[in-house]
Write a protein that binds this ligand. Sequence first.
Ligand code: SAM
Length: 416
Amino acid sequence: VAERVTIDWLGARGDGVAATAEGPVFVASALPGETVEIERAGDRARLFRLETASPDRVEPFCPYYDRCGGCVAQHMSSVLMAQWKRGIVAGALEKAGLVTEVADLVDGHGAGRRRITLHARQSDGAMRVGLMAARSHDLIEIATCPVTEPALAGASAVAQGVAQVLARSRKPLDLQVTATGGGYDVDVRGHGAPSERDRRELTAAAEALDLARLSIHGDVVVARREATIDMGRAVVLPPPGSFLQATAAGEDVLTGLVRDAVGPAKRVADLFAGAGPFSLRLAERAEVHAVESDGPALVALDRAARATPGLRRVTTETRDLFRRPLLILELDRFDAVVLDPPRAGAEAQVKQLAGSKTPVVAYVSCDPGSFARDAAILVRGGYKLELVTPVDQFKWSAHVELVGVFRKAAVAKRRR
Ligand SMILES: C[S@@+](CC[C@H](N)C(=O)[O-])C[C@H]1O[C@@H](n2cnc3c(N)ncnc32)[C@H](O)[C@@H]1O
């Protein structure tokens, strides 16, 4: 039975939420202020008829939007999207009892995503390649994804070409395609070690598709050109499948915010450094110690640093910062600490940081929830959370990133 509700706010996944007598109901693709007829199933509902449309409703630009699970916010104005994402960050901070300035959302989309992960599945004897549908494991076959850089326009065709070769394994595959300075860099997941025949055929496919590099689970099958990524003045050859910020513009925005926070610091620690987008830019002014658990990423960082003229000293350390965080005494050597942990945050590391004397901490996060938890630990340790800037690198998705800047005043030495 259809039911009429008015949408009150946007949920964390972009659904319109109506407060009803039976509790909140989540309506996909409905916007605040809209009156809609819905068909309810538990606390979720299908938008059955839009009665009054919000002035913030816009026409989605992607032909796959209504089916694809990647984007959730193409039907709202950019103003509403920015308010919504800033609100997710502000809400997480408030929930953790943190009071601070939250800046407006900074757009980090630029020319688009430089990496896309396509999925390949067997169906009726053929290998189908596409993106996941919303809330299901169905595949949406796409020609191109308009949220990616123009350079990735051929990503689907490339993934299709590689998946065909591996079709006889009948395994579902994930194909990560990255646009690099050398062309397409493709890393395949979900396939075991390739046989000799697989290798031969993959090498031929890489030739036919003109790939820069093709790897399976990070093991290089063929490297035809250097799959480089520019990071500031440095040119990095990241290992296949290693972490990469989603857009070049987003990486620049995050680095700019980190650089502003760090200021004239002479010695900087870059924790969860990856292949070095922050380290390599900060080394233009400061000595940098980069720490990360992915050894090959640090090898790439180190090579790039050595090959770039004019950088200050960059040292690297392979270390699991969940199990072996930098200790207070190690942290006290630095004028500033930058950290950019995975979604889970950096609880163990932050517990050490809280007790340190490091005057500035710039915390880059892709998860407002784990950030707020960690921020509260730093604040209890005497840091002031000065500013949080939300950054939109995954535009039109429900993700939001941020940079938080913490400062601790030097404690005056006690006279004896
Ligand atoms: C969000 S990425 C950031 C990487 C880099 N700062 C960048 O901007 O490209 C998080 C990084 O943390 C690393 N990482 C994950 N778990 C870790 C751990 N337990 N100890 C150290 N590094 C870890 C990952 O390998 C990844 O490079």
